[in-house]
Design a protein around this ligand. Structure first.
Ligand code: CP
Ligand code: NVA
Length: 320
């Protein structure tokens, strides 16, 4: 079985296919041709898709439930207070039982190791729906959003991340590089991008002749950028360190002053949920912001993931 764990596990062409699939489903979903829709897309009628979520979610939950419904499957949201996991039952036993009854599991768990455990013991595809290391569904969505607004296939783009070295940028950096974009990442001193991700990023950048810059200088990162992007400074599970982290990130907010260094036609992105610390209201709600288009595209990313990994059993060559 093939699972979706992180973008770095995908061949470049496989990743491109996922984005094209998302684009395709967006077109179908938004068109009125419901007969076509019925005929071709109810491939999972009578099946179920499990969402094992031990953390909160708005976008990932809604997009996954919507995408499951699109294909005719019934989504089952299994939050941390709904099932025995963690209180009465082990991760291993839960995986065995859930995967024996569903056609796929979307899993939002804390540690990357839990995702690997799920992949090892599940009978059905696991779609990583955010762990401490990766957020591949967000990266598929974000690349579709950049494609729509700035068209990376014909324009040479620079993407600047100003923020934490977290799960979202780990996948986004690799995604952008795979598609031929330059990437600059500015984190505060003392916070470094995961060394494994940095290594993979450097390899792709060398292979494709791209700039991949890791810096502690937000102005340097923002300079000439076509995309400014950030995320919360305090990820779920890090609440205990909130005060210290916010102090560490002082001066890292994306605001009008920083945005002056970007390309005049830059776009602002954020996976959401958003807090004021990482981006000012002017930018977040301003004319360069594409955050709500980005959020909507999560639906089509989830459809693409189900289509490729469930409907087509992870076979990218023979998409029907
Ligand atoms: N961007 C994202 O994953 O949002 P949720 O945490 O609300 O799912
Ligand atoms: N980095 C954030 C992303 C939420 C979608 C977190 O892990 O909480």
């Amino acid at each position: 079985i093939r699972h979706l764990v992180s973008i770095k596990d995908l061949e470049d062409q496989e990743f491109v296919t996922l984005i094209e699939r998302a684009e395709y489903f967006k077109k179908i979903f938004k068109s009125d041709e419901s007969a076509e829709f019925q005929k071709n897309h109810l491939k999972l009628l009578g099946k179920t898709i499990a969402l094992i979520f031990t953390k909160r979610s708005t976008r990932t939950r809604i997009s996954t439930e919507g995408a499951a419904t699109f294909f005719g499957a019934h989504p089952m949201f299994l939050g941390k207070d709904d099932i025995q996991l963690g209180v009465n039952e082990s991760f291993y036993d839960t995986t065995k039982v859930v995967s024996s009854m569903v056609s796929c599991i979307f899993a939002r768990v804390n540690s990357h190791n839990d995702i690997l455990q799920l992949c090892e013991h599940s009978k059905v595809p696991i779609i990583n729906s955010l762990c401490d290391m990766y957020h591949p569904l967000q990266a598929i969505c974000d690349m579709l959003t950049i494609k729509e607004h700035l068209d990376y296939s014909t324009n040479k783009l620079k993407v600047a991340w100003i923020g934490d070295a977290n799960n979202v940028i780990n996948d986004m950096a690799i995604a952008c590089l795979k598609l031929g974009m330059d990437v600059s990442i500015a984190t505060p001193a003392g916070i470094e991008l995961d060394s494994g991700i940095a290594q993979v990023g450097k390899e792709i950048a060398a292979r494709k002749n791209l700039n991949f810059i890791l810096t502690h200088d937000s102005v340097e990162a923002a300079k000439g950028a076509h995309v400014l992007v950030t995320d919360t400074f305090v990820s779920m599970g890090e609440e205990y360190a909130k005060a210290a982290k916010l102090k560490q990130f002082e001066g890292f907010q994306i605001d009008e002053q920083l945005a002056k260094h970007a390309d005049p036609n830059y776009k602002f992105m954020h996976c959401l949920p958003r807090h004021n610390e990482e981006v000012s209201d002017d930018i977040f709600y301003g004319k360069h912001s594409i955050v709500f288009d980005e959020a909507e595209n999560r639906l089509y990313a989830a459809m693409a993931a189900i289509d490729v990994f469930v409907n087509n059993k992870g076979n990218f060559d023979d998409l029907k």
